[in-house]
Design a protein around this ligand. Structure first.
Ligand code: SER
Length: 939
């Protein structure tokens, strides 16, 4: 009986509902970028976000969960589109138990979901279990009733997750697994079963029973599986695969969701898609169409979650995806940047389940557009370089591994494209050399499947120590205890003076870095010892303090912990100012503004937000004024815990992509008529007046569509303001104004002169000096400035321009004057008029002007002038048009003369110049003029 459920959205929803009814919490998908985990580039499985829960270190208040997880795997990227199953981005449906239900329930529910909810034909399902997992075998066989010929016992590569982890790693939670296969019945070979590679039996669901903490293998290579003492469940079902089964199609790209994207690529490229064709040009088109769809979908999710194209790590992967998609769509005949047009189809197909992609689609489009256009430019250049490299290697059968590596890394050419193009010339890439270069390079940008756990006494003790209560909003000294002292990763009872330690406290007054606010610093003092705290970070609620033992030995036990209160106060001012800035941006630029990240420190703050273009100076001033106004009004800052729904109803601003618990902390500035209201766990002033002052230092782009403001508050702002006041006074003095109180005047002047505010005085001074020097030399009277500051600076610019022009025309006049005298020295030589002369005190420019003015004085004239003024020896040659036809081109003459004495030069046929390193040889060059002319005339 066909299932009632059909579309991908319906199937996703039915899965989550089914497991919610089994008591699983419907938990949101984690971000594609694993949090606090630099060792893993992307989320690769539904379990990633729960690994601590499996180990018993997690802090979620539930023991069952179900998710539809966004995943990205790029290790099989070359197979995408070619096979029926590979993707980069895909969705994994999962249900999880954290030491709650185990194998029996996991297997029964999986079976019930497939056969009852999705109504799949039970006779088309087969099972694999681990060779030694008799329990799973028994449940499938006896409780579910699967006949023995459809249950297969396999080893660690098939039925352990992560595959082969016991002998090859990675470390972390793992266990035996049992997989469920669907028979697509693509052939009728009775011997075909799930162990053959015909593609007929496809794994659709992996039920993992994590009950071990996989450790590095023993010295002899044998597995080192530590019993967790907890029985967990981690299941993963590829959504695209199960949709194939339900929708009766074979290729993942033929399900409704992906087809809607493929159709968009078909529309844009005008190329047909026909999944029934398996070979020839149409099959090649199918691959390209699928791949472009896959990559644009992956890019949309990556950018949405904050992975923007870059040169390392995650950014590099995103960049590669965009480049590969560009090459593919180019092969489909689309030569303009149009990938961004496909984003709409992804949003239409998936925003119901992942609303963030709708909210950030503009950013995705902008990013894709800019990156595709940039790559298309390098592509053109890369093709040229490849062409040249191919010429160099003409006739060879091996293409240099170094050249290939350079093309890949420097020019972003995908290697397989190079392989394809050199293959057309009958060559192959020198793989051995390429691999050597590549291995050196990829150490940083490798994708690891699951992170390796670094062990440390503090991390191990997380379950025992639990979350550290924070008792430091008021920054008062706190009596507490060191509960665990760690030196070099191990727990110790003593750490000597001079050692770097990490430690946990019973309760802490130190704010651990989070929500953009930097960590506190300060002192921890105990009986006979003192630790200077330099950092503190939160690990699943446990606050880990780091510091230097200044006086020792330090020991666990009673201590007084004191936060550096002055620094904290500076941090709170910047944090509260950040909230006001956020509100001001919304007021000034519009309601689309969302916080994209922030950094709150004692000396400054940084705030990233989305906006398609840069801010105008007027907008910056407006934002600054708004914030300062709210500071001066002195609004009370109210801090309240409330249920998340209530906070949302009140319209409190949340950080994009941030996950919050059910109770949230809300900061409201001006409780009567709020000027700002945000979710926030950070430290704040009690009244906005304490912020004292706010100044924006810089506004810039950090990525397509993302702007960053750097600003200062409190002492730093006042220092900046007083520094700026000094500058303004200096500028006022220079231009003869009484005062320049309004900071906007400085902005206006800076704009007029196109320099940053801080360079204004220096620039004005330099202009004035030049003006006075010129006026002195030219003996002219200056016209006095008056009026407003801007008028005065305008006037300064105009005066300078007038004087520069005056000097130029004077120079020209004097060049013309002295050249008249030279006319007497023209001699007749072989039917041409020849002037050879060495001029005193004319620089290169003056010499050029002379040649120019003399050239028109006679017909058939060749001039060769030399000069060595200003430390530079110069030759200048000019000829009249008629002589050019007779073989006397100025460029050629000056080149040969200069080269004869070690110089270089050239120019137009009528007029050319050369620089000469050794002025003492100018005479030599001039002596060579006549022989050269003779030679050229004879041609
Ligand atoms: N972690 C397992 C997998 O990725 C099951 O969710 O296949």
């Amino acid at each position: 009986m066909p299932s009632r459920l059909f579309t991908t959205s319906e199937i996703r929803e039915s899965f989550l509902t089914y497991f919610a009814n089994k008591g699983c919490v419907r938990y949101p998908s984690a971000s594609l970028l694993p949090e606090n985990d630099p060792t893993t580039l992307f989320t690769v499985a539904g379990m990633s976000q729960f690994k601590d829960m499996f180990l018993g270190r997690g802090s979620h208040p539930f023991t069952r969960a179900t998710t539809s997880q966004k995943c990205l795997r790029t290790n099989d990227i070359l197979n995408v589109g070619r096979t029926a199953r590979h993707h980069t981005f895909f969705e994994m449906l999962g249900n999880f138990s954290f030491n709650d239900y185990f194998k029996t329930e996991a297997i029964h529910w999986a079976w019930e979901y497939l056969t009852q909810v999705l109504s799949l034909d039970p006779s088309r399902l087969s099972i694999s279990v681990h060779r030694i997992d008799d329990e799973a075998y028994r449940i499938w066989n006896q409780e579910i009733g699967i006949p023995p010929e459809r249950i297969f016992r396999l080893g660690d590569s098939d039925n352990f997750w992560p595959a082969d982890a016991p002998t090859q790693g990675p470390e972390g939670p793992g266990g035996f697994c049992s997989e469920i296969f669907w028979d697509f019945r693509t052939n009728d070979d009775p011997k075909d079963n799930l162990t053959s590679s015909t593609g007929r039996f496809v794994e659709i669901w992996n039920l993992v029973f994590p009950q071990f903490n996989v450790r590095k293998p023993n010295g002899d290579g044998s597995p080192n599986l530590e019993q967790l003492g907890r029985t967990n469940i981690d299941t993963g079902m590829g959504l695209e695969r199960i949709c194939c089964v339900v929708q009766g199609v074979y290729n993942n790209f033929d399900i409704d969701l992906l087809q809607s994207i493929v159709r968009e690529v078909v529309r844009i490229s005008g190329q047909p898609y026909d999944t029934t064709v398996k070979e020839g040009p149409q099959a090649a088109l199918n691959v390209l169409l699928r791949r472009v769809s896959d990559h644009v979908r992956a890019i949309t999710f990556c950018v949405t979650d904050g992975a923007l194209p870059g040169n390392t790590g995650r950014g590099y992967i995103v960049r590669r995806l965009i480049r590969r998609a560009t090459l593919d769509i180019d092969k489909l005949g689309v030569s303009e940047s149009r990938l961004h047009e496909i984003v709409g189809a992804v949003v239409a197909a998936m925003a119901d389940a992942y609303p963030d992609i709708a909210k950030r689609q503009d950013l995705v489009r902008e990013t894709l557009k800019a990156e595709e256009a940039a790559f298309r430019r390098t592509l053109r250049r890369g093709l040229e370089l490849l062409g040249r490299a191919l010429e160099r290697h003409a006739g060879a059968t091996v293409f240099s591994g170094d050249d290939a590596f350079e093309l890949v890394t420097t020019h972003g050419f995908p290697k397989e494209v190079i392989a394809e193009l050199v293959g057309e010339k009958g060559m192959t890439i020198d793989e051995a050399r390429y691999t050597v270069r590549w291995d050196e390079h990829t150490a940083i940008s490798n994708t690891k499947q699951i992170e390796v756990f670094t062990s440390s006494a503090l991390q191990e003790a997380k379950p025992r120590l639990g979350a550290t209560p924070f008792q430091g909003y008021d920054a008062q000294p706190l009596g507490t205890t060191i509960t665990l002292l760690e030196l070099g990763g191990r727990e110790v009872t003593e750490a000597p003076a001079g050692s770097q330690v990490r430690f946990a406290l019973g309760a802490t007054p130190f704010y651990a870095e989070s929500g953009g606010q930097v960590a506190d610093t300060g002192l921890v003092q105990g009986e006979g010892f003192r630790i200077r705290v330099t950092d503190c970070q939160k690990d699943e609620g446990l606050v880990i303090h780091s510091g230097l033992v200044e006086q020792g030995p330090a020991r666990p036990g009673a201590v007084t912990a004191t936060v550096d209160a002055e620094r904290r106060k500076d941090i709170t001012r910047h944090h509260s100012a950040t909230h006001l800035l956020h509100a001001a941006l919304g007021q000034t630029l519009g309601s689309h503004i969302e916080q994209q990240g922030s950094k709150v420190e004692s000396a400054s703050l940084r705030f990233d937000f989305n906006n398609p273009s840069g801010m105008t100076p007027a907008q910056i001033t407006q934002v600054e004024d708004w914030v300062n106004q709210r500071i001066h009004e002195g609004h009370l800052v109210e801090i309240k815990q409330m249920p998340i729904e209530e906070a949302r109803t009140l319209g409190a601003k949340a950080q994009f992509g941030e996950k919050y618990g059910t109770q949230v902390r809300v900061i409201t500035m001006g409780p009567e008529t709020p000027v700002s209201r945000e979710f926030c766990g950070g430290c704040h002033v009690q009244n906005t007046r304490e912020i004292r002052a706010f100044r924006i230092v810089k506004e810039e782009a950090t990525a397509a569509g993302i702007r960053r403001i750097t600003a200062v508050a409190g002492r730093a702002a006042m220092a900046l303001a007083s520094h700026e006041a000094d500058l303004a006074r200096e500028v006022a003095d220079l231009i003869g104004m009484q005062s320049m109180d309004d900071p906007r005047l400085m902005d206006a002047l800076a704009q007029t002169l196109k320099v940053p505010r801080k360079d204004l005085a220096a620039r004005i001074q330099q202009m004035q000096k030049e003006m006075f020097d010129l006026a002195g030399r030219l003996q002219v009277t200056l016209i006095t400035a008056s009026g407003s500051a801007v008028e005065r600076v305008d006037h300064l610019q105009a005066e300078l321009k007038r004087l520069r022009r005056l000097e130029e025309s004077k120079q020209a006049q004097s060049a013309a004057g002295s050249s008249e005298l030279l006319l007497d020295r023209i001699e007749e030589f072989n039917g041409i008029s020849l002037l050879i002369a060495q001029i005193e005190s004319a620089d290169a420019k003056g010499l050029g002007m002379m040649v120019e003015s003399l050239r028109s004085k006679r017909a058939s004239l060749l001039l060769v002038l030399a000069s060595d003024s200003g430390g530079r020896a110069t030759l200048a040659v000019g000829v009249t048009k008629d002589l050019i036809n007779r073989g006397l081109a100025a460029g050629e003459i000056v080149k040969q003369l200069a080269e004869s004495i070690g110089g270089r030069g050239g120019g137009r046929p009528e007029l050319a110049q050369a620089g000469v390193p050794d002025a003492s040889r100018l005479g030599e060059a001039l002596a060579g003029v006549k022989p050269l002319v003779l030679k050229l005339l004879r041609g």
